[in-house]
Design a protein around this ligand. Structure first.
Ligand code: SF4
Ligand code: SF4
Length: 61
């Protein structure tokens, strides 16, 4: 079974940067006005899903 990772829903991301600051694995960068997640660094901790006020991040396999 593959582990869940965070994914950005680009159409919902408002560019607030909060998830970028928060991620303990430094897996989230900011590109072209929106957040971008490196799946190789993401541990699936879910912190970014909780902090995003715009429901722009989901955990999925
Ligand atoms: S917290 Fe949500 S809205 Fe803010 S940059 Fe991250 S994904 Fe975008
Ligand atoms: S799930 Fe955790 S490790 Fe993955 S991008 Fe979000 S905060 Fe970072």
């Amino acid at each position: 079974m593959s582990k869940k990772k965070a994914h950005i829903i680009r159409s919902s991301c408002k560019g607030c940067h909060e998830c970028v600051e928060l991620c303990p694995s430094e897996a989230i960068s900011f590109e072209d006005g929106g957040a971008c997640i490196d799946p190789d660094r993401c541990t699936g901790c879910g912190s970014c899903v909780t902090i995003c006020r715009f429901d722009a991040i989901v955990l999925r396999t």
